[in-house]
Design a protein around this ligand. Structure first.
Ligand SMILES: Cc1cc2nc3c(=O)[nH]c(=O)nc-3n(C[C@H](O)[C@H](O)[C@H](O)COP(=O)(O)OP(=O)(O)OC[C@H]3O[C@@H](n4cnc5c(N)ncnc54)[C@H](O)[C@@H]3O)c2cc1C
Length: 384
């Protein structure tokens, strides 16, 4: 859906109030308990946030890319754990079905993903296949009209809560590259699927990851997304651009929150007879953060517009992911500096954000992988 301006601004205002009044006050508690209270999960469901990027015909909000990044700018203003809860349903966990799923797969899963009744996980990474995901070893051996999956997936977001896993496995045993990989929809509770212990992460407490282990896990051939073998990576690539833009927008939201908090603190805290905000060296940090966050916001909005216009944006989406995730790292570092000792201890939540945003440079393609993508596309274009 493309919302009219008034509806979009109403939606964003409601989301902004929800973030400020319901989510921000619970940040410390969520981090401390390493869990989002079920009542808050219910409120997040009621806001329709699990289905932001799922088409309206399946019960979602069907936001365009521009609308989705506008929402992610707002959601990014609070702990990334809240965003992570709905992230997989809107992104890598549902978009493969939206883009390449069979009509039956769409009917079966999208309505429940849109309401949050079903949580989706995207299981690509393995112990020996991270950035080089195409080298994955998890196998899916054909057995009549079924496949038998064996292998281990690592660091899978929302796996402890997931009802549905998109699992990438090699269906062509003779292949060693991404060409022999298929994407399967595997429901939690399928015999042979089990979970490892929850990972103890540096940050983003309240969002959970763990290993997902497949031991002779039997699924029907109809579980392959789109019903065709060997298409798994093509499906994954199609959803990557959208996911990268979404994460980039979350980085901008987090940066803007940190800048707001830093400015408020710098105006309030007095040293050498006046507020920190009057000191030019502190002003330089505030200004650098402001300019960088603004630059990231502009490039994300422009790239989202181009995608909505049907243009190919793989290079630009990688630029956004690289710049925005590195930018929020610098902004968080400056925020700790502006807060001084108060930034290093828990009280203001600055050290928590500093740890939380570190992940953005690592998942959905590390900074180095974005650099590889950008430069590879530059060379290919120059050669064309
Ligand atoms: C909290 C968390 C949640 C995650 N959620 C999911 C999920 O839901 N689903 C999922 O499938 N995966 C998930 N991941 C995995 C994540 O996508 C990978 O960790 C990431 O892609 C990097 O892979 P790796 O950890 O194996 O690092 P490696 O690939 O081993 O990389 C290590 C370092 O080497 C660099 N490097 C690697 N190759 C190159 C190269 N060619 N050129 C230059 N530098 C290179 C990397 O940039 C990095 O700095 C998650 C990870 C974490 C930590």
């Amino acid at each position: 859906m493309s919302m009219d301006n008034e509806t979009l601004s109403q939606f964003l205002d409601t989301l902004d109030s929800f973030v400020r009044e319901r989510l921000i006050p619970h940040e410390a508690e969520v981090a401390e308990a390493d869990a989002i209270p079920p009542s808050l999960v219910g409120e997040i469901r009621d806001m329709g946030l699990f289905g932001m990027a799922i088409p309206e015909e399946y019960g979602g909000l069907g936001l365009t890319m521009s609308e989705e990044v506008a929402a992610a700018f707002v959601l990014g203003q609070t702990s990334p754990a809240f965003r992570s809860l709905i992230g997989t349903n809107n992104g890598i966990g549902s978009q493969g079905i939206v883009i390449d799923g069979t009509p039956e797969q769409k009917e079966t899963y999208l309505p429940r993903l849109a309401t949050g009744e079903l949580i989706a996980s995207f299981a690509l990474t393995e112990p020996d296949a991270g950035s080089d995901a195409g080298s994955l070893k998890t196998s899916a051996r054909r057995d009549g009209d079924h496949f038998v999956i064996n292998g281990t997936k690592r660091y899978i977001t929302n796996a402890p809560h997931a009802g549905l896993f998109t699992v990438f496995a090699r269906t062509d045993p003779g292949s060693t590259s991404s060409a022999g990989v298929s994407a399967f929809l595997v429901e939690a509770g399928t015999p042979g699927l089990s979970l490892g212990a929850r990972d103890k992460k540096m940050g983003q407490k309240g969002s959970h990851t763990c290993d997902v282990i497949f031991d002779d896990c039997r699924v029907p051939a109809s579980a392959i997304i789109g019903g065709r073998e060997g298409q798994g990576f093509k499906t994954a690539m199609k959803v990557l651009d959208r996911g990268r833009l979404h994460i980039s927008a979350v980085c901008v939201g987090a940066a803007e929150r940190l800048i707001r908090d830093s400015l408020a603190y710098a105006m309030e805290r007095k040293q050498f007879g006046g507020p920190l905000a009057d000191k030019q060296l502190v002003q330089a940090m505030l200004a650098d953060s402001k300019a960088e966050a603004y630059a990231a916001r502009c490039m994300i909005e422009e790239t989202a517009r181009r995608r909505d216009a049907g243009r190919k944006i793989t290079t630009e989406a990688a630029c956004c992911k690289m710049f925005a995730s590195e930018m929020v790292g610098r902004v968080a570092d400056r925020a700790v500096q502006i807060f001084g000792g108060a930034g290093y201890v828990e009280d203001y939540g600055i050290e928590r954000f500093y740890r939380d945003v570190r992940l953005f440079r690592i998942y959905e393609g590390t900074t180095q992988i974005q650099q590889v993508v950008i430069a590879r596309n530059m060379v290919a274009e120059a050669q064309a």
